[in-house]
Design a protein around this ligand. Structure first.
Ligand code: TRP
Length: 434
């Protein structure tokens, strides 16, 4: 059995808020730490173009969401973490899927239909102000998912329809061209339905009712103070049902903590006191991540390097797979047969390890790129066998081994680190091939 592949994206159209954290960032980081799971997490910046036409905002949002994911504990050495627009195979696959998707299916997509219904109600042309981008949104999302043959897609309930459409696209393509795609499944976290916002409606940038994930404690306090409650006085029992404050608390608290607050509601806790409890509970979880977040925000070059290394990992899968799909649909070299051809994998110039002994009697190794330039230098080992084992570990585990072997390696600068991550990833992928 192969490992289960998880994949999810966040549209880079705004500042990440507690709803994104609870519904997407936190569960994806947790899933990425599970054994036997391979995860793909990405910044959906092509999707952002559908909603946002301010370039600076897209750039800023991409950095903020990437920094949030990293600060929340996503480890780019263990997952494939990338920016959608760094993988040109995705828009190419979007076109392939466009050609097997019924227009009628897209007519029924919720987001498009909502715009049409609104226009119809207003008595204007049904498609007024609707771009073809909005109409095609589900196909781009299908390409995101099918590009990596993800089995499970952790999303909010509002996205279930999109996953069903991706299953349809996989089936139509497979029906015409043979088995290439795995039908994906939506993975809904039951415990977090949707987080309510300040006004009690779903927390969403479009309602302007969000609590930013990384606000200062002061800001957080102010926003929590503005959560809508009813006018019951201290001492009056309060309803947990329909209480945004209670639901937000529940998304952060343990079952025991939630039970305690439920009792406090019944006992007539003052709204001010309940808000103080919520502030403390949220801050307890977010505060430890704030320093990391601020560090990434102050060093966009670190995030950029990580994303580029991630795109390389993603493309190591996407490029050959796209080659296979091109051949399957008939976009082929003219001097080959008409049968679906076996696509040759592109040979990349791989880095290599060199082992040697120094005058000090110790055994060393180094990693050099295809031109012979030094990428990574080991410290001294007592025996050639132990040095060889460390090399073996890197060849097998790729960049993941860097952390495990840190003590045996000479330190790396940030730029050198990126090059080493890329070289080791390529080596490990090459080793995996049958
Ligand atoms: N549509 C998703 C959202 O707005 C973001 C997204 C884009 C996505 N592509 C995806 C989510 C692929 C899961 C899988 O929340």
């Amino acid at each position: 059995m192969s490992t289960v592949r998880f994949l999810t994206g966040i549209t880079t159209s705004g500042t990440p808020h507690l709803g994104n954290y609870v519904g997407s960032i936190r569960p994806s980081v947790r899933a990425s730490k599970t054994q036997g799971v391979e995860s793909f997490y990405f910044l959906a910046d092509y999707h952002a173009l559908i909603k946002v036409d301010e370039p600076a905002r897209i750039q800023r949002s991409t950095l903020e969401i990437a920094a949030s994911w990293l600060a929340a504990g996503l480890d780019p050495a263990h997952v494939t973490f990338y920016r959608q627009s760094d993988v040109p195979e995705i828009p190419e696959l979007t076109w392939f899927l466009t050609c097997v998707t019924g227009k009628g299916v897209l007519n029924r997509a919720h987001a498009y239909k909502a715009s049409v219904d609104k226009n119809t109600a207003a008595g204007v042309d049904p498609d007024a102000d609707v771009t073809a981008g909005l109409f095609m949104y589900p196909v781009l999302m299908g390409a995101d998912i099918l590009m990596f043959n993800a089995h499970k897609v952790p999303v909010g309930r509002d996205q279930i329809q999109h996953i069903e459409m991706a299953r349809d696209m996989a089936a139509s393509f497979n029906h015409r061209y043979g088995e290439h795609f795995v039908p994906p499944q939506a993975e809904i976290e039951e415990s977090v339905a949707t987080l309510p916002g300040l006004d009690g409606r779903k927390m969403s940038k479009s309602y302007d009712n969000t609590i930013p994930l990384f606000s200062s404690r002061e800001q957080l306090k102010k926003l929590i103070a503005s959560i809508k409650t009813d006018s019951r006085a201290p001492g009056d029992p309060k309803d947990t049902e329909g209480s945004a404050l209670f639901q937000i608390y529940q998304a952060f608290a343990s079952e025991a903590e939630t039970a305690t607050l439920r009792q406090a509601y019944a006992d007539g806790i003052a709204w001010g006191d309940a808000k103080a409890l919520l502030l403390d509970r949220i801050d307890q979880e977010i505060a430890p991540m704030r320093a990391a977040y601020e560090d990434y925000m102050a060093h966009p070059e670190k995030v950029e390097a990580l994303l580029l290394a991630g795109a390389q990992k993603a493309r190591a899968i996407a490029t050959p797979f796209m080659g296979r799909l091109r051949a399957a649909v008939g976009l082929r070299k003219l001097n080959t047969g008409t049968e679906t051809q076996v696509v040759k994998t592109v040979k990349v110039a791989l880095a290599s390890f060199k082992q040697y002994r120094e005058k000090d009697g110790q055994f060393y190794f180094k990693l050099v790129d295809s031109t012979g330039a030094l990428l990574l230098q080991s410290k001294g080992f007592e025996s050639p066998k132990v040095a060889g084992q460390a090399i073996g570990q890197m060849q097998r585990d790729g960049a993941t081994a860097l952390t495990a072997l840190q003590a045996q390696l000479e330190p790396l600068s940030t730029t050198a680190h990126t090059a080493v991550v890329q070289a080791l990833t390529a080596l490990a992928l090459a080793a995996e091939k049958p």
